[in-house]
Every structure is written in structure tokens, then in C-alpha cells.
Design a protein around this ligand. Structure first.
Ligand SMILES: Cc1cc2nc3c(=O)[nH]c(=O)nc-3n(C[C@H](O)[C@H](O)[C@H](O)COP(=O)(O)O)c2cc1C
Length: 189
């Protein structure tokens, strides 16, 4: 796929079914992640892949975390948490592991992790896989992070849901560049 076509047309695919990415596709996704811009080559990211029973265990982690916050949570709400990770055949957990560096503040490492995530979304798109970047309260919950082996000094940057897209694909919104781009100094061409 031509790169600008991919950049201009990628959309998130919330409805994802089997099959998930093949081994070759997964390797291509991670190769793309590892090409993210990365100040001082700190490689401030790491990834977990979760499939099958792992997705059920992640749902259990979500439900336990939610119950910790709200012990009287209804069964319906608990079932919702249990089912969340089952919305795709695979979840890639994106983790930012900031390194201490005199010239590279943490924010740059978080940005690099975001770029790695976008590279993965685009790699999926280029291979006609569907993907969606999700976080929500569970991404920041200490119980979930601990259960996934994510350190307190690390950031769970996202759950990347990946699979085969199902249903209609949403249209790319039309936005005006002039709403976002200005010449500087202002009023000068
Ligand atoms: C860091 C981050 C976290 C996000 N978390 C969620 C989320 O938890 N739930 C959700 O519906 N969308 C979430 N989104 C937005 C979607 O991934 C997606 O970008 C949005 O629905 C717009 O769709 P598009 O990617 O097709 O433009 C998140 C986006 C980012 C960058």
C-alpha cells in the first residue's frame, strides 16, 4: 500500500474477529514499532501479546480491579469488564519504560511510545488487519498493571486490539487544514 494512502485512510476498527495476525504479520507489526523516532535510541518501549485464555485472564484482572474500586458492582457490570478483552483475537499491550537520560525527558519517551503505537496501527492497516488503540480506566489501574507485570515506573500506554475487521468501515472525517495550521509569524504568507 502506498504510504500516503495508508496515512490518509487509516481508521480504527472497533469490531474485530478471528483470525488475528499471523506470526509473519506480527513480526512486521513489531518491526514497524521499533522504527519509531527515538531520541538517543533509548528504546523506551516494550510490548506484551495476549491471545486466547490470556484474554480471559485479562478480563478477570479488569473485573477484580473494578471490584476493588466498587465492591458492590453489579453482575452485569462485572460481566462487561470480563468481556472487554474479548473484543479482538489479540491484544498488544504497549508499555512505556522510561530510561533515565540527561537529555531525554520522560515526555519524549512517552511521545516515542505513541509513535511506535501509531506505526503498529499503520502496519496493521497496510496488511488489511483491523486495529484499535484503547486505554480507559483499566490502563491506569494499579491492580491491572501489577497483574500484567508492569512496574510502577512504567506507563501502560495502550491496549492495541488487533484482528480481522468486521462490518462496515467508517468514513474518514473531512477536516479543514486551516483549522489546525497557521503560518508564523501570524498574518504573513
Ligand atoms: C492514547 C489513546 C487512548 C485511547 N483510548 C480509547 C478508548 O479507551 N476507547 C475508545 O473508544 N477510543 C480510544 N481512543 C481513540 C481511538 O483509538 C480512535 O483513535 C478514535 O476512536 C478515532 O478513530 P480513528 O482512529 O479512526 O480516527 C484512544 C486513542 C488514544 C490515542
Amino acid at each position: 500500500m502506498e504510504i500516503l494512502t495508508a496515512l490518509h485512510n487509516r481508521v480504527s476498527k472497533p469490531r474485530l474477529v478471528e483470525p488475528g495476525p499471523s506470526e509473519e504479520q506480527l513480526a512486521a507489526i513489531f518491526q514497524a514499532a521499533l522504527r519509531a523516532p527515538d531520541h538517543a535510541m533509548l528504546k523506551p518501549w516494550r510490548f506484551l501479546t495476549i491471545v486466547g485464555v490470556g484474554l480471559e485472564r485479562l478480563g478477570q484482572l479488569f473485573a477484580d480491579a473494578a471490584k476493588q474500586d466498587q465492591p458492590d458492582l453489579s453482575e452485569e457490570a462485572l460481566n462487561k469488564y470480563l468481556g472487554m478483552p474479548l473484543r479482538a483475537p489479540m491484544i498488544i499491550v504497549v508499555i512505556c519504560s522510561p530510561k533515565s537520560h540527561p537529555k531525554v525527558p520522560e515526555v519524549e519517551q512517552v511521545l516515542s511510545t505513541g509513535a511506535a503505537t501509531q506505526n503498529m496501527l499503520l502496519a496493521c492497516h497496510g496488511m488489511k488487519l483491523g486495529a484499535m488503540w484503547r486505554t480507559g480506566a483499566m490502563a491506569y489501574h494499579a491492580h491491572v498493571k501489577a497483574g500484567l507485570g508492569i512496574g510502577t515506573d512504567e506507563l501502560l500506554a495502550g491496549f492495541l486490539y488487533v484482528g480481522t475487521p468486521q462490518g462496515s468501515i467508517k468514513r474518514v472525517p473531512e477536516l479543514n487544514l486551516t483549522d489546525f495550521v497557521q503560518n508564523w509569524p501570524l498574518n504573513k504568507k
